[in-house]
Design a protein around this ligand. Structure first.
Ligand code: HEM
Length: 161
């Protein structure tokens, strides 16, 4: 049921402006606005998903005992997996696959569509506002962040153009 709910809700709730704000902020902060080529946008979208996973946490149950970092998680345990935190785990290689869209047999079927949509949105914004800049490049007034442990991300980004 939660999977169905997620699929229905995903286009409106998960593909939120937040991931576009994050990508735009990254490009502006690195002096890459307007993005010089498609690859720059693709790279910024990928890094933003990795650093600011829109789905902060996800529930899972173990079907058998699982060994993790020296701890045995018993079968039948209910877990809240913090996807966003996994990307910042110092024990994980920096080039390990992104977990923003999950992994394995339940990997998000909307991943490619979502990445493409964000890519297109950022490209359209760059074409319309090539002079866009962060209103507060020093970051003393950062974008506000959603107070939500399920779906996170900035709720606004202040810019000039
Ligand atoms: C920023 C956007 C999105 C994020 C971060 C996201 C994230 C995820 C994650 C982490 C999972 C794996 C859940 C698990 O392991 O149980 C998942 C599964 C899923 N997602 Fe997304 N998703 C996004 C957009 C979408 C869109 C646009 C659609 C549909 C149009 C979609 C449909 C689904 C479905 C149906 C599953 C369940 C797959 C399965 O259980 O086999 N998602 N998503």
């Amino acid at each position: 049921m939660s999977q169905v709910f997620h699929a229905v809700r995903a286009p409106t709730a998960l593909i939120r402006p937040g991931i576009v704000y994050g990508t735009v902020a990254r490009l502006c902060a690195t002096g890459s606005w307007p993005p010089p080529h498609d690859a720059a946008v693709r790279e910024a979208v990928g890094t933003t998903f990795r650093h600011h996973s829109p789905l902060v946490g996800w529930l899972r149950s173990t079907t058998r005992d699982v060994e993790s970092s020296g701890t045995t998680v018993p079968a039948g345990a209910r877990l809240l997996l913090l996807l966003a935190s996994a990307h910042r785990d110092p024990d994980r290689p920096p080039n390990a696959p992104s977990l923003s869209f999950g992994a394995g047999i339940h990997y998000c079927p909307g991943a490619a569509y979502t990445r493409r949509l964000v890519h297109r949105a950022v490209g359209a914004l760059a074409a319309a506002c090539p002079g866009l800049a962060l209103a507060d490049p020093a970051g003393t007034d950062p974008a506000r962040w959603a107070a939500n442990t399920g779906v996170g991300g900035p709720t606004r980004l202040t810019v000039t153009w």
